[in-house]
Design a protein around this ligand. Sequence first.
Ligand code: GLU
Ligand code: ZN
Length: 292
Amino acid sequence: MNYRGRFAPSPSGPLHFGSLVAALGSYLDAKAHKGQWLIRIEDIDPPREKPGAADHILRTLEAFGFEWDEAILYQSRRLDAYQAALDQLMEDGSLYECTCSRREINAVGQMGAEGIIYPGTCRDRQAAARRTRKQKAIRLKTTDQPLHFIDGICGHFAQNIVQEIGDFILKRADGLFAYQLAVVIDDAFQGITDVVRGADLLTSTPRQIYLQQLLKLPTPAYKHLPLVLDESGNKLSKQSGSYPVDANHALPSLIAAWNFLGQAKAPEAVNSIDGFWEWATEHWQPDLITLK
Ligand code: GLU
Ligand code: ZN
C-alpha cells in the first residue's frame, strides 16, 4: 500500500517548535517512503481557536519549504461525516447519553494519568432515573480489557480504556464533536496509512484504535515522537504561546528540529532550505529517535 501520512494541527495559535518537530517527522517519514503527505486543519473546537491561526500555520509551513499533496481538509466541513459515524454507533448500541455535571464526575471519579476517569455513572442509569438535562454528552461504552499496539518508536503500549480513561466522550454537551471521533473518521477518509505525531497523543491511540475496530475502519501504523518540553518540563503548546517558530529563520529551526529527533548531523554543505529537504529525506532514520 502506498504510504500516506499527514500533519493535523489545531488552529489554536501559531506553529511552535513542538509542532514543527511533528510536521518535520511526519513529512520526512512520508517522503523517505516516497509517500504522500497531507494536511488536515483540526478546527472543530471554536472556543480554543484563534482567528487567522490556520492561515498563519499554513504560511509558516510554506516558508519552511513543506509541500503538501492534495487539498487541505478542514474538519469544520466534515460534521456530517462525524454525525453519520455517531448514528451508526448509536444504532449498534455502543453509545449512551451522559447527564453528569463536571462537579459530579469530579466528586466520584478517580484521578488517572489522563485526568479524571469517568466512573460510568450514566451507563447503567435507568432511562426513568435519567435527569432531563438539556446538555447531554454522548459517551462510548468501552470494554474492560487491555488494548495493545506496537508503536514504531515507543514500542509495545497497552491500555485498559475503562480502567485508565473510562467511557469517553464522542460528542460534548455543548454539541461539539470530540477530537477522538473526528481524527478516526478523517484518518480513514484520507486513507492515512502512517500517523507520525507527538507522544502526548500516545495515550489517545488505544481509544482511536478501539473506535476504528467498532467502525470497521483500518488501523494505521503509529509513530509517536518525543515531546519538546519547556524549562519547567511542561509540553510546549500553541495555547501557552511558547516559542512560535520564525519563518525568517527557517533553516536553523529545521536543523534544530532535525537534531531534536536525534538524527545524524547535517554537513555544512546543507545551507539552504531546498538543500536541507533533499539531504534530510535521504538521511532520515527513525531508528535514531530516542524518547527523552
Ligand atoms: N490536532 C492535534 C494537535 O494539534 C493533533 C492530532 C493528531 O495528530 O492526531 O495536537
Ligand atoms: Zn454521566
